[in-house]
Design a protein around this ligand. Sequence first.
Ligand SMILES: Cc1cc2nc3c(=O)[nH]c(=O)nc-3n(C[C@H](O)[C@H](O)[C@H](O)COP(=O)(O)O)c2cc1C
Length: 244
Amino acid sequence: MREKKKYVLAFNSSPRKEKGLTAMVLERFMAGAASAGAETETVYLAEKKIADCLGCIHCWFKTPGTCRHKDDVPELHAKMSRADVLVYATPLYICSMNAIMKRFLDRIMPLAEPYQHYDDGVCSHPRRNGNRGGQRTVLVSTCGFPGLRNFDPLVLTFQRMAEVGGSELHASILFPSSALLARDPSPAAEQLEYVFRAGKEAVGDGISEETKAGYSRPYVDPKEYVEEMNALFRALRERAGDSG
Ligand SMILES: Cc1cc2nc3c(=O)[nH]c(=O)nc-3n(C[C@H](O)[C@H](O)[C@H](O)COP(=O)(O)O)c2cc1C
């Protein structure tokens, strides 16, 4: 019997959508998954109608599993329940995910039961019936500053979020110094090739430690990058008639 095609679903929250740098990295991952025979889909959250969570908790007690808002979120949740690999792709904004991603994630409550499960210091919610869960979850992010430590609060948030849902974050694909990718991504070509490999492996036995180390390797000297960026910013300010 032929194996069912794996479905890889990505949510990209950059307002710059397919023109953004997060998309550049994500595209490599999705291409890798597609090359391994997976069905892939990228949803640009900026194109979707996503209302703010009202905090009323109707989705737990008054209308269990259903939010009061009539917007695009239920359609996105339906896609999630079918996914084998779920990718959250966000630009780093003020040390964390951007507001578009956060607004979407705040609406995740209808997928969980209110009940709490406590085990050895970890508290989690069981998933609601019909919400299959158990997908491989992957985080993709890019940021302007050099160095992976800029992503620490973001990674911690996604790790903890996975834990609350009773699973774990499978991998974090993080590209700092993103202005370099905008100008000429060739210094990061090898790292991007590892992202392609990660996409392939994510629909197989899982992303290997070797692949994770491969895409996490630095591709720029932080001091040189900062100097170069500052020279560029000064030139842009001068062009705008402001030399201050
Ligand atoms: C509002 C805003 C906040 C940002 N905050 C950070 C930050 O805290 N740290 C950082 O390194 N880069 C920060 N950046 C830079 C972005 O993370 C970076 O340019 C990213 O690659 C943009 O991805 P995109 O092109 O997919 O939108 C910020 C950019 C914006 C617009």
